[in-house]
Design a protein around this ligand. Structure first.
Ligand SMILES: O=P(O)(O)OC[C@H]1O[C@](O)(CO)[C@@H](O)[C@@H]1O
Length: 244
């Protein structure tokens, strides 16, 4: 595991964007696994700027998002479809047919999950997966006590996650209680993983995930078993690490 500690969020975002851009430059038809949440927003802004100013080309890039709320239509401003369009895709030259995000309104969820896994395999697997981390250690929407062997599936969101995400909704009662998420197995099959965490509130979970026991109770701890993980932290998030 390679851990970078950057001075602040802006530098973290630049580092993450640089790693993604290098991946795309080396393999223009890369399959990228993408995350939502606050943390990758700066990285998406940097990548959009690299597209505008340095011709970073997304024409052949394929993307698979980690997760989507169950029950929200794509046009809902709280959906991850909307987030991706507004924060990244509309600023770059990615082709719509190459964008994949779980369908939160699929009539047959099990079939949709199976199809999502099949598509990832059909595209040759994920070359680089970006991850954020929840305060409870979730990656994607894989909540504590997840099965490590799970692939894309419907998950029940934790109370902690619902509370953390309530800030994006008018009221906590409007936060969906379920989501479709890549599973831990899907994530661990990615060839390379880039985990991002910023801020004081991620300090404890980062220490436990990177230096603690590997356990389904803390889903992100499984990353210790992957052979190509880059962790990019700002100083605040890295503050609890013993081995830095
Ligand atoms: O980057 P944030 O907003 O702290 O979110 C952390 C994680 O929580 C989620 O937003 C889901 O709750 C994930 O998409 C994200 O990786």
């Amino acid at each position: 595991m390679k851990i970078y500690v950057e001075e602040n969020y802006q530098k973290l975002s630049k580092k993450a964007a640089y790693i993604l851009a290098s991946q795309v430059r080396l393999k223009p038809d890369s399959v990228l696994g993408l995350a939502t949440g606050d943390t990758p927003l700066g990285m998406y802004r940097e990548l959009a700027a690299m597209h505008q100013e340095e011709d970073l080309d997304f024409k052949e890039v394929k993307t698979f998002n980690l997760d989507e709320y169950y029950g929200l239509e794509k046009e809902n401003p709280q959906s991850y479809h909307y987030y991706m369009m507004e924060n990244f895709f509309k600023y770059v030259n990615i082709q719509e047919k190459n964008i994949h995000i779980p369908d939160g309104q699929a009539p047959d969820i099990e079939e949709a999950c199976r199809r999502y896994e099949q598509l990832i395999r059909l595209m040759g697997g994920i070359d680089l997966q970006v991850l954020g981390i929840g305060r409870n250690g979730h990656i994607g929407f894989n909540e504590p006590d997840v099965k490590f062997e799970a692939t894309t599936h419907l998950v029940q969101l934790d109370e902690d996650t619902i509370q953390a995400n309530a800030r994006f909704f008018d009221s906590i009662h409007k936060v969906p209680t379920q989501a479709i998420s890549m599973g831990i197995k899907t994530i661990m099959q990615a060839k390379k993983i880039v985990l991002l965490a910023s801020g004081r509130e991620k300090r404890e979970v980062i220490q436990r995930a990177l230096e603690g026991k590997i356990s389904p109770e803390l889903p992100a701890s499984v990353l210790q078993l992957h052979n190509d993980v880059v962790v990019i932290l700002d100083r605040e998030a890295a503050g609890g690490l013993k081995e830095i």
